[in-house]
Design a protein around this ligand. Structure first.
Ligand code: 0VR
Length: 265
């Protein structure tokens, strides 16, 4: 079985890592390059760099920061924030991003996903889907854009099915309700999505304990877990999380001291 992935997330605004709750009340959580090096050394499987200011300011994630982070990593870097053209994807790839996350722009122009996949390949194109619980939505969750502030009227299931049809490589699904709470992932959301599409799904929003990570894999059936607060505030080390997951039968990539890797349960 393919190893499950642990992916720390660096939400960056004005060159600093920030962390809030439900996307607001952002507070400083450190230097992005330093944190990237720590997570890489600790055994993270991938790293997300999300420029949370970019979309709102109508610009692309800062390429100089992407370069400085990418050159310190031995794991794949996924970059998101303000991506709205194929040229943006290519510029981020040239700066060292292995994968690029597209969020609001995909909702504005779904055919952009087809163009980006056609030009850059499925493996490089992740679609970020931020949702909030909404009893009016057929599946129970509505897709939001613009940093979680603008409702789209789209239901999460209809949207992820359309993204699968358009060739997206992976889905990064963030629960805004859970974001930053450290109360656990919305596993009902992930089970609903993973029962509906075959695309790899990354859970995002709410991680606080190693048990939360296990629950997302076992109950939510996700392929990877993204976490920010839990790791930034030093609650759990990635090596501890991987040992716990192995003890509970979740296959994870083991990183040995010489940096080589193998998958062990
Ligand atoms: P934790 O719950 O702390 O693990 O957060 C995981 C995930 O929700 C965040 O890293 C990130 O996706 C939150 N996203 C955005 C944002 C945060 C602030 C402002 C905007 C955005 O647009 O995604």
């Amino acid at each position: 079985m393919k190893p499950k992935r642990i992916i720390p997330c660096l939400d960056v605004k004005d060159g600093r890592v920030v962390k809030g709750i439900q996307f607001v009340r952002l507070r400083d959580a450190g230097d992005p390059v330093e944190l990237a090096e720590v997570y890489n050394r600790e055994g993270a499987d991938e790293l997300v760099l999300l420029d949370v200011g970019a979309t709102g300011e109508g610009r692309l994630a800062r390429l100089d920061l992407v370069r400085r982070v990418a050159e310190r990593l031995t794991i794949p870097l996924m970059v998101g924030g303000g991506v709205s053209r194929v040229e943006d994807v290519k510029a981020l790839q040239d700066a060292g991003a292995a994968k690029v996350s597209i969020g609001s722009a995909a909702v504005r122009d779904p055919a952009f996903i087809d163009r980006a996949v056609g030009a850059c390949g499925r493996a490089a194109i992740i679609v970020a889907v931020d949702v909030r619980r909404d009893s009016e939505a057929p599946s129970g969750w509505e897709v939001m854009v613009g940093g979680g502030r603008q409702p789209t009227g789209r239901d999460v299931l209809a949207w992820v099915r359309e993204l699968e049809a358009r060739g997206a490589g992976e889905l990064l699904i963030t629960s805004i309700d859970a974001d930053g709470t450290q109360d656990g992932y919305d596993n009902e959301l992930y089970r609903t999505v993973t029962d509906a599409v075959t695309l790899p799904v990354i859970a995002s929003g709410g991680a606080g304990t190693v048990a939360h990570l296990k629950d997302a894999f076992i109950e939510g059936k996700v392929d990877a877990v993204l976490a920010a607060s839990m790791f930034h505030y030093g609650k759990v080390r990635i090596s501890e999380a991987k040992a716990y997951l192995r003890r509970h039968g979740v296959p994870v990539r083991e990183v040995t001291v010489d940096g080589s890797s193998r998958t062990e349960i």
